[in-house]
Design a protein around this ligand. Structure first.
Ligand code: NAP
Length: 271
């Protein structure tokens, strides 16, 4: 597709969402950078203005239906906003954590998407891009709420890829690996499950694995370049990695039977 028309990004106050909003504007889209606290977008507006690009900030909390107002027509929607939370064992995870996670990561994305689709159709087609996670490729313990929220949007994207194809709306799923953002920084600690003696050994192995990715982190600017490349590429597959680790995991997932992958990875956690 050509880089023209309106592009909307959710969760553009920081991290990957901010970098994608900036990159879309630099490439030529008229960007609506949405966020819960619009004051966080002031510097982004200045940064884009300095490049000669067009970007405005609007308030949108994906978990607050009353705040969802979208342009009449848009060529691109990037569903980026999401939460990560604590990592106790499954049995110790309170229902409130599950509900918060699904309210933002799943129901928020659904609500924004259902309100955006008429605008994408009115524009004559475009791209609906969901940001999920490469954690979907591995049976990571203590991550069930986050991973299952991302799995939900992954299957939503599959159905929408079919449903919206006749209207020229291409659905894309980006599965980031470790990207240098606040969310990744927040995960640089032992999971809460380590406090439970029954789960301690596995939690220690998890933390060891988390430390091992430190040298393999990609900047949000590089991830945004890859994401916008995929948005513009009419031949891009449904699922795209935006960093070397995610691309390698996606390749392994595509070429290895799932049970073989499961058998290979499980000992990482079970010892
Ligand atoms: N970084 C990684 O390594 C990584 C890996 C895999 C997948 N991802 C995915 O990539 C996306 C971006 O993550 P990130 O690393 O950039 O995270 P981040 O630094 O934590 O930023 C998250 C963004 O989502 C926004 N947000 C959260 N709840 C929201 C809500 N209810 N309504 C609107 N915005 C909301 C935050 O806004 P506030 O500023 O208001 O909190 C912030 O702008 C997420 O979908 C995440 O799951 C990231």
């Amino acid at each position: 597709m050509q880089a023209e028309g309106t592009a909307v990004v959710t969760g553009a106050s920081r991290g990957i969402g901010r970098a994608v909003a900036l990159e879309l504007a630099v490439r030529g889209f008229d960007v609506v950078a949405t966020m819960r606290r619009p004051e966080m977008g002031a510097e982004l507006v200045e940064e884009v203005a300095a490049t000669g690009g067009a970007l405005r900030v609007e308030r949108l909390d994906v978990a607050d239906p009353d705040s969802i107002h979208l342009p009449d027509q848009m060529r691109v929607l990037v569903n980026n906003a999401a939460l990560e939370r604590e990592h106790p064992s499954f049995e110790a995870t309170p229902m409130e954590l599950w509900r918060d996670m699904f309210e933002t990561n799943v129901f928020g994305l659904i609500d924004v998407s259902r309100q955006a689709i008429p605008g994408l159709r009115r524009a004559g087609g475009g791209v609906l891009c969901n940001i999920s996670s490469s954690s979907l490729f591995a049976p990571v313990p203590f991550l069930a709420p986050y991973r299952s929220s991302k799995a939900a949007i992954s299957t939503i994207g599959e159905s929408l890829r079919a449903e919206l194809a006749p209207f020229g709306v291409r659905v894309l799923e980006i599965l980031p690996g470790p990207i240098d953002t606040d969310m990744l920084a927040g995960s640089a600690k032992a999971p809460e499950a380590i406090d439970d003696p029954d789960y301690r050994a596995m939690a220690e192995r998890y933390f060891e694995g988390r430390r091992a990715i430190e040298g393999q982190v990609t900047s949000s600017a590089d991830a945004a370049t890859a994401i916008v490349d995929a948005i513009l590429d009419d031949d891009a597959p449904l699922r795209v990695g935006c960093d070397p680790m995610a691309i390698a995991m996606l390749d392994a997932w595509r070429t290895t039977p799932d049970e073989d992958l499961m058998r290979a990875i499980l000992p990482t956690w079970t010892g």
